[in-house]
Design a protein around this ligand. Structure first.
Ligand code: MG
Length: 173
């Protein structure tokens, strides 16, 4: 069975919107020449790497940052370069697709039939995933965008991935 994926969003997950919580520091970045201030936590990288190693899973970006996360975010929190879901720029609402639905569609296509955990703050992402994938194939860990990723989120992911690992013959579909 292919390794399960652990998908990471950036804004609202590794970069919370709620100001400077404990453990975070202000970082100035300029992807594509656009100057931004992020709040990043150096503990996140080692904790995510440990989660992936201990559960036999693989980290990847699921964020509009795409490959830019490898240049601007990964080295600042202790993550290696990671594969990423290539999410095209949002085309806008006229075709009826919401921002969240657009992202979810591309994530679902990219993961194929690999089981995955996704740390995401988009409020309807869990519901939108079920438009594409069967229940039980994935775990959407919903993150409060003001707070960002916490140990509780990591433990939910660990529990789910460990159960998957104990039953490797199980077809998650
Ligand atoms: Mg987000």
């Amino acid at each position: 069975m292919a390794k399960p994926l652990v998908l990471l969003d950036v804004d609202g997950v590794l970069n919370p919107f709620g100001g400077p919580p404990g453990g975070f520091r202000e970082v100035r970045v300029a992807p594509d020449g656009v100057h931004l201030t992020l709040w990043l936590n150096r503990a996140h990288g080692p904790r995510l790497v440990e989660l992936a190693e201990s559960t036999g899973s693989e980290l990847a970006w699921a964020s509009y940052w795409c490959d830019r996360a490898n240049e601007w975010v990964a080295p600042r929190i202790g993550l290696p370069e990671l594969p990423y879901v290539p999410i095209p720029p949002y085309p806008g609402h006229p075709d009826g697709v919401s921002l969240g639905a657009w992202k979810v569609r591309h994530v679902a296509e990219w993961v194929g039939d690999r089981p995955f955990v996704w740390f995401e703050d988009e409020p309807d992402a869990a519901e939108r995933l079920l438009d594409h994938l069967a229940e039980g194939t994935h775990l959407l860990v919903s993150v409060d965008p003001d707070e960002g990723l916490t140990d509780l989120h990591l433990e939910r992911a660990r529990t789910w991935l460990s159960a998957l690992g104990r039953d490797p013959g199980r077809d998650p579909r």
